[in-house]
Design a protein around this ligand. Structure first.
Ligand SMILES: [Zn+2]
Length: 304
């Protein structure tokens, strides 16, 4: 069964440790060998510049991650670079596609030319913020909880014109509603349900329903803190969030964005990309095969 995973942080780990083994090493949740074994057809790779990097160095860090993506993941490991629908539909059996995503626009500071540059380099999904505020908007954990700034609105219009996904996963709620007004292709690449776990990184039922109505897409994420209030999460928790989105009418708008390599603690039975198999087997107990195909691949792929 084909899999589309909407979020991982391999590039952040590569930035911190450029020689990390992406082919089959033990230090990454997502490796070429793991993707192959799991049957992942498309993996999204986030450019997340750690907040510890000085603001004046962040754009350079983002460019370094673009370089690592093309050198290590496309050239050395042989994944296929995907930047549009044609690339996606022309993937051959056994090939693994790789999509470049920007997680937070802190690195562009106030310069939309930098955002245009990243789009030219092949970024096809952009989240305006990480958890805090920047020149474009407030993030999910920013106390002020403001929406988009004037520059943020300009950025979203630019992304919309480029046909780029606008990823609202880390955005404040006010920012979420602003994006939905301004942008056609909105996703939440790695977020769960607030009615199950009241975490600001999760989506309220109203947000989920609005995304569905907007023909958007939600990637359930394997971050234990967003899945359960207990000290550890299991695969049943992942399915619980999926069930909830389906109950709100989102059967064709839900998929997965693991956040592998962005998390320290993992779901029991879902500790690295190879373990997708366990999730697939569980899903097939509760859902028809065609629905499971949708969750795992088609729902995200059809909206790219
Ligand atoms: Zn994230």
């Amino acid at each position: 069964m084909k899999i589309f995973d909407a979020h991982c942080d391999v590039l952040m780990k590569m930035l911190l440790e450029p020689n990390i083994n992406f082919i089959d090493g033990p230090m990454l949740h997502v490796t070429k060998a793991g993707l192959t074994k799991a049957g992942v057809s498309v993996q999204m790779f986030a450019i997340y510049v750690p907040e510890a990097i000085h603001p004046s160095m962040r754009f350079e860090a983002a460019l370094t991650m673009v370089e690592l993506f093309f050198e290590r993941i496309i050239k050395d490991a042989g994944l296929r670079f995907i930047r549009n629908k044609d690339d996606l539909t022309s993937l051959k059996k056994g090939e693994i596609g790789a999509i470049l995503a920007l997680e937070g626009c802190d690195c562009i500071e106030q310069d939309l030319l930098r955002l245009r540059t990243l789009l030219r380099l092949g970024v096809s999904s952009v989240g305006l913020t990480w958890n805090h505020a920047n020149a474009l908007a407030d993030g999910a954990l920013e106390e002020r909880q403001g929406g988009l700034t004037r520059l943020g609105k300009e950025a979203v219009t630019l992304l919309d014109g480029a046909g780029c996904w606008c990823d609202v996963s880390h955005l404040s709620e006010a920012g979420f509603w602003d994006c939905l007004q301004l942008h056609k292709k909105v996703i939440a690449s790695h977020s769960n349900c607030q009615s199950i776990v009241a975490h600001p990184r999760n989506l309220t039922d109203d947000q989920i329903k609005a995304l569905i109505h907007h023909d958007g897409q939600i990637g359930i994420t394997f971050v234990p803190d967003f899945l359960t209030k207990r000290t550890s999460a299991v695969i049943a928790d992942v399915i619980h969030h999926l069930d909830h989105i389906c109950s709100l009418g989102g059967k064709e708008h839900v998929g997965f964005g693991s956040d592998f390599d962005g998390i320290e603690q993992t779901v029991i039975g879902l500790d690295k990309v190879e373990a997708y198999e366990n999730l697939v087997n569980e899903l097939l107990k509760y859902y028809r095969e065609e629905d499971v195909c949708g969750f795992l691949y088609e729902n995200f792929a059809s909206r790219f």
